[in-house]
Design a protein around this ligand. Structure first.
Ligand SMILES: N[C@@H](CCC(=O)N[C@@H](CS)C(=O)NCC(=O)O)C(=O)O
Length: 239
């Protein structure tokens, strides 16, 4: 079974939990309290992830990626409902604890989303649409998350809003954060979802921190957030 090293307040971790829930993939969740430095211990750095960050996913050796369920498929049925377009069954060749074979450790939230969504409608196979999904994932990590997620962390969790050395940095992050939200608002003026009017992992990735941001002046974003929340398997960040 997959293992997710996770921190409940992190939007990057939430992206992965949200997608796992939408795909109905079972996993083991290991909580890592990053505020207490638990991702920076020798044990974590040596055994889980060298970059000391979550989310990190451990994929057991032999865990064949989720295989599309077919009528004749005899593998374990994880499907609890009738909603079938993205329902997958688990398939694996080996044991999780096979001593001779190494697990794969995957970090970077958006890389984990790409791994999990292979062969599903959430990652289009059409080359242009696929590239457009990547475009949003890269943009999220460069122009959106470093502003909106960092601001949220500084202000809501580290209480830095009154600290003089943070004031200029906060103003800059706010400016860049609004720029990112304005871009999304404009893009969503004529679309239901970020790519091709179909729900994809681009929406999962951008939802995670956008829904934590101020949405009052962004009616198109607000409507898009609601559409994401209507997707089967949706869970809130504090689930
Ligand atoms: N680009 C990475 C960012 C990962 C990241 O910064 N994770 C934070 C939580 S959101 C973390 O683990 N911080 C702990 C630390 O740096 O010690 C991703 O998308 O997964």
């Amino acid at each position: 079974m997959l293992t997710l090293y996770d921190y409940s307040l992190s939007g990057n971790c939430y992206k992965v939990r949200l997608l796992l829930s939408m795909l109905r993939v079972p996993y083991v969740r290991v909580d890592v309290d990053i505020k207490k430095g638990e991702s920076r211990t020798d044990e974590f750095l040596n055994n889980v992830s060298l970059n000391g960050k979550v989310p990190t996913m451990v994929i057991p050796y032999g865990y064949e990626h989720l295989k599309k369920k077919t009528p004749n498929d005899a593998s374990i049925d994880l499907n609890a409902t009738n909603n079938s377009s993205n329902i997958y069954t688990e398939s694996k060749n080996g044991d999780d604890d096979d001593d001779n074979n190494q697990s794969t450790i995957l970090s970077e939230s958006n890389a984990i989303l790409i791994y999990l969504s292979q062969n599903t409608s959430l990652l289009p196979s059409n080359p242009i649409e696929h590239a457009q999904v990547m475009q949003w994932l890269f943009w999220e990590q460069y122009s959106h998350e470093p502003n909106i997620a960092t601001l949220r962390w500084w202000i809501s969790y580290l209480d830095k809003s009154q600290e003089p050395e943070y004031l200029d940095r906060i103003v800059e992050k706010q400016r860049n954060g609004y720029e990112a939200l304005n871009l999304m608002e404009k893009h969503l003026e004529s679309r239901k979802f970020l790519v091709t009017d179909r729900f994809t992992i681009a929406d999962v990735a951008l939802y995670a921190y956008t829904h934590c941001a101020e949405e009052g002046n962004f009616p198109k974003i607000k409507a898009w957030l609601k559409r994401v929340e209507e997707q089967p398997g949706y869970i809130p960040i504090n689930d």
